[in-house]
Ligand binder design. Structure first.
Ligand code: SF4
Ligand code: SF4
Ligand code: FES
Length: 233
């Protein structure tokens, strides 16, 4: 087996740098496996996040060779013929970095509180009407969003500072699709997200990278249609 060089972005409160680790390459191992191997056998100071290890919780988002992925479900593949058997692992884009590969979600949870009426509504916001199987399936497909932050990292507009995190649109669309809220509540949700809809350039990078197959871009289109129909009614 030949060697592989894994370049990892390191950062603490004082400095940031790229650290190289040389290991013996093994096929079919996940990025999480490699990070754990580095931490357990070479450098215990390396910091990264992981919880479920099975693509369910969204804790382990990183960038592998520039692409935002889940570390626990992404296999590190290197072409046998590659003369330069290296890869790069970095933290997700669009978040403050706490340390090494660990990002800080606090600014986004603050943003969710401001922009998401479902977090500030009264507990009796939903009535108990029964949903159809089709409606339930539609809502569940959107509710699969695990807030991994990968769509944020891939979005080219976030860094401009006037957009909001793509998954917020998924959550808003999930809620307005629910027949158990009334039109006043639906309108309030649309009013909250409407100022941001036009900034999306529909590049589709968010949906292409989403590990759950959710398309925030499609949610944005549906929200815009809902805004239009409210304005016409
Ligand atoms: S929409 Fe997809 S990529 Fe974005 S936070 Fe949700 S699960 Fe992650
Ligand atoms: S489609 Fe819109 S939300 Fe998705 S990555 Fe592109 S600009 Fe961002
Ligand atoms: S550790 Fe939960 S999704 Fe990777």
């Amino acid at each position: 087996m030949s060697d592989i060089i894994i370049k990892v972005s390191r950062r603490n409160s004082e400095t940031s740098f790229i650290q190289e680790y040389r290991l013996t390459y093994q096929p079919a191992k996940t990025v999480f496996w490699w990070l754990t191997k580095i931490k357990e056998e070479i450098d215990s100071s390396l910091a990264f996040e992981c919880s479920c290890r099975s693509g369910l919780c969204g804790a382990c988002g990183i960038k592998l060779n520039g692409h935002s992925v889940l570390a626990c479900t992404t296999t590190l593949k290197l072409p046998q013929s590659s003369p330069n058997r290296t890869c790069t692992i970095e933290p997700l884009n669009g978040f403050p970095i706490l340390r090494d590969l660990i990002i800080d979600w606090r600014s986004i949870t603050d943003s969710l509180k401001i922009k998401s009426p479902w977090l500030s509504q009264q507990p009796n916001m939903l009535n108990t009407s029964i949903q159809s199987k089709e409606e339930s399936a539609h809502i569940h497909s959107l509710a699969a969003c695990m807030m991994c932050g990968i769509c944020v990292s891939e979005c080219p507009i976030i860094s401009q500072g006037h957009f909001i995190e793509p998954f917020i649109f998924v959550k808003a669309y999930r809620l307005i699709s629910d027949s158990r809220i009334n039109n006043q509540q639906r309108q309030q949700i649309l009013q909250n997200v409407q100022p941001y809809l036009a900034y999306c350039i529909q590049c589709g990078r968010c949906g292409n990278a989403c590990p759950k197959g959710i398309s925030p871009a499609a949610a944005i289109t549906c929200l815009q249609q809902a805004v239009n129909s409210f304005q016409q009614s």
